[in-house]
Design a protein around this ligand. Structure first.
Ligand SMILES: NC(=O)c1ccc[n+]([C@@H]2O[C@H](COP(=O)([O-])OP(=O)(O)OC[C@H]3O[C@@H](n4cnc5c(N)ncnc54)[C@H](OP(=O)(O)O)[C@@H]3O)[C@@H](O)[C@H]2O)c1
Length: 322
């Protein structure tokens, strides 16, 4: 479904899915749309007109449809047409970021993927495009403001706007303060706190100019309580939650913010722990986990909410976690 991928999606184009999810109409620029039923796909030529919130369609088979957008969603008969959002994900090369990119892309949103491991991002783009989605990989180090700005600029250059930023990049080399692993503490502050601030600095002006946008910060249950070996990590996550709340308070109503606090989640996060005590404690602690897609579903829920509803805090943890 990528033959004529639009470079600047119309804000009111989207993925049209029947209520039972079986027929998908993916609208393209130039009045074309592609219909997929199971594994069959067909392209039609038609026209659509958008007048305010009202949309009319007509295609070469004589099919017509019209309806009104309410809260970003076109309701017509048993179908809904959701507004397509340009979604930026930092830390998209593994774990929660990767799962979030896959889930939002399969919901019809163009995704812009940022991380340092470019090979991983490249395969993710191939996977998303192979499934009919749109994705752009941008090598990004969030500890570097210029790199983060280039990530945001690449998104607007390709897709014309920034609707959602999932500030997800993070590291967790846990250790007790007595270990004195100052370099690792600095790294956590650089990625988890400065990286978040750089992501905001690089994208907030665009969202303010648009009058709309949504920041989703990946915090942690470590943003709600502190555990031994997690003093610095939890400190960065408390900071991420505080910064996100501050952004909410300072922003006009078109800007929404969501802090998501995952519990133990399958990912590569614990692989950077070098301290033996922390590594041993983590092994038992991480025995029960949720899939990265469980967190991606929370992101999808917050993003899909009506524009007048701001989902501010979500905690998702394994049912067995205490
Ligand atoms: N998994 C859990 O149990 C859990 C629980 C609570 C919160 N979280 C939070 O969830 C977020 C995602 O972590 P995850 O669990 O999915 O772990 P992960 O699999 O290790 O993913 C971390 C991601 O962050 C990226 N990253 C690290 N440093 C970066 C940098 N300087 N610039 C850009 N990207 C960078 C990594 O990509 P590159 O290495 O390719 O740059 C990777 O894509 C983190 O903020 C983490 O604190 C996770």
């Amino acid at each position: 479904m990528n033959d004529d991928t639009p470079t600047t999606p119309h804000p009111y184009l989207g993925l049209w899915v029947t209520a039972d999810g079986r027929v998908r109409h993916e609208l393209r620029t130039g009045g074309r749309y592609v219909e997929a039923r199971g594994d069959r796909e067909a392209a039609y030529t038609g026209s659509y007109e958008v007048a305010g919130a009202h949309v009319e369609y007509r295609d070469d088979t004589g099919f017509t449809a019209d309806g009104d957008f309410r809260d970003d969603v076109l309701h017509h008969g048993g179908m809904v047409l959701r507004r397509r959002k340009v979604v930026l994900v930092t830390g998209a090369s593994s774990g929660i970021g990767r799962a979030t990119a896959l889930r939002l892309a399969s919901a019809g949103h163009p995704v812009v993927l940022g991380a340092r491991r470019v090979d991983r991002l490249g395969s993710l783009v191939t996977e998303i495009e192979g499934a009919g989605g749109q994705a752009l990989a941008v090598p990004t180090d969030v500890t570097d403001l210029a790199s983060t700005q280039a990530f945001a600029d690449a998104a607007t250059a390709r897709f014309g706007r920034i609707d959602v930023v999932v500030a997800n990049a993070g590291v967790m080399p846990l250790s007790p303060l007595s270990s004195g692993l100052v370099e690792q503490w600095d790294q956590m502050i650089d990625v988890n706190v400065r990286g978040l601030l750089h992501s905001i600095a690089a994208t907030l002006p665009t969202m303010l100019a648009q009058g709309a946008g949504h920041f989703v910060t990946m915090a942690s249950i470590g943003a709600h309580s502190v555990t031994p070996t997690g003093a610095v990590y939890c400190g960065t996550k408390y900071a991420a939650r505080a910064i996100t709340e501050g952004l909410r308070l300072e922003s006009p109503r078109g800007i929404r913010v969501t802090t998501i606090s995952p519990g133990v989640t399958e990912s590569e996060l614990a692989s950077t722990i070098t301290d033996a005590t922390a590594a041993a404690a983590m092994e038992a602690y991480r025995a029960d986990s949720v899939s990265a897609d469980a967190i991606a579903r929370a992101v999808e829920y917050a993003v899909a909410e009506r524009p007048d509803v701001d989902v501010n805090e979500i905690v998702v943890r394994p049912a067995a976690q205490r």
